[in-house]
Design a protein around this ligand. Structure first.
Ligand SMILES: NC(=O)c1ccc[n+]([C@@H]2O[C@H](COP(=O)([O-])OP(=O)(O)OC[C@H]3O[C@@H](n4cnc5c(N)ncnc54)[C@H](OP(=O)(O)O)[C@@H]3O)[C@@H](O)[C@H]2O)c1
Length: 267
């Protein structure tokens, strides 16, 4: 399904994938390793990170991992320093870690839940970019790829904090691109649509009536494999990524699918 997607030569590059222990993050870590990148993983669950690091090494690349919560600036800063000592400075940042949060209408949403979700999904990507873009700029090349969601533009009742965090991430992407213009560092947001991962399983497993659309999408076979979104993220790490800095790229958009070599989707 992704065989026709051009694979950039990422030998000599160091990638940092947040949430790289499972789901889309794990698929992306392996895709980048297959293109020659050394890969660092950052997440909270050490066994998952260790497993994916082993799979990166099986592909002949160096791997490192750091156990950290992206919502904590000092933890991110120290983890990036450890990773840079182990593998070299980060060239590619995949801001993938996120949570879908609790399901609650705003009228009853616990303010602490709101703050926690924004801290992971929006502050986290800023902290990771803050810790890595200086060295990318110094070396005149880099990629910051932020994994966003259609929820950024289509709010779902009960999931406002998630929607707002992803809308903020889209604007963070544009702000990064504007500030990094001309530096050789591209910042791009990728909206993957519904992926067959643990996040979707939890959404459709929720008894909340608003989550019915996820149950229907699953029954209708609408979920895409995470490997397909990973192939697009990897493709954007190549020279074509320069054309998309500051843009929100959808995995479902026919033009990007055609250009990247992904098969057209049935309408
Ligand atoms: N699945 C979908 O349908 C879908 C649709 C649109 C957008 N997305 C986006 O795609 C990305 C990946 O989602 P997924 O489906 O792969 O989700 P997932 O299977 O739930 O994986 C989420 C990852 O994020 C990590 N993570 C969560 N909170 C963290 C924290 N505080 N600090 C560090 N790492 C943290 C998790 O690792 P630990 O638990 O080890 O920390 C895990 O590796 C997310 O940005 C999501 O919003 C997904």
């Amino acid at each position: 399904m992704t065989e026709r997607v051009e694979v950039p030569d990422l030998r000599g590059r160091v990638a940092l994938v947040t949430g790289g222990g499972r789901g889309l993050g794990a698929a992306t870590a392996l895709a980048l390793a297959e293109a020659g990148a050394d890969v660092a993983l950052l997440g909270r669950s050490e066994p998952h990170l260790a497993t994916v690091a082993g799979a990166v090494r099986q592909r002949g690349r160096h791997a490192a991992w750091a156990v950290a919560d992206v919502a904590l600036w000092e933890a991110v800063r120290d983890s990036v320093a450890e990773i840079s000592d182990a593998l070299g400075p980060v060239d590619i940042l995949i801001n993938n870690a996120a949570v879908e949060g609790v399901t609650s209408h705003l009228e009853t949403l616990d303010p602490d839940e709101w703050a926690a979700e924004l801290a992971i999904n929006l502050n986290g990507p800023f902290y990771c970019a803050r810790a890595t873009i200086g060295s990318m700029r110094e070396r005149g090349w880099g990629r910051v790829l932020n994994v966003t969601s259609g929820a950024a533009i289509r709010p779902l009742p009960g999931k406002a904090a998630y929607s707002v965090s992803k809308a903020g991430l889209d604007q963070l992407t544009r702000a990064l691109a504007a500030e990094l213009a001309g530096s050789g560092v591209a910042a791009i947001a990728v909206s993957p649509g519904m992926l067959d991962t643990g996040m979707q399983a939890r959404l459709r497993g929720s008894p909340a009536p608003e989550m019915e659309l996820f149950r229907q999408a699953h029954s209708a076979g609408m979920l895409r494999p995470p490997e397909e979104a990973a192939a697009l993220l990897r493709w954007l790490c190549g020279p074509h990524g320069d054309d998309y800095s500051g843009q929100i790229v959808s995995l479902h958009a026919p033009d990007i699918r055609a250009r990247a070599g992904l098969p057209a989707l049935a309408r």
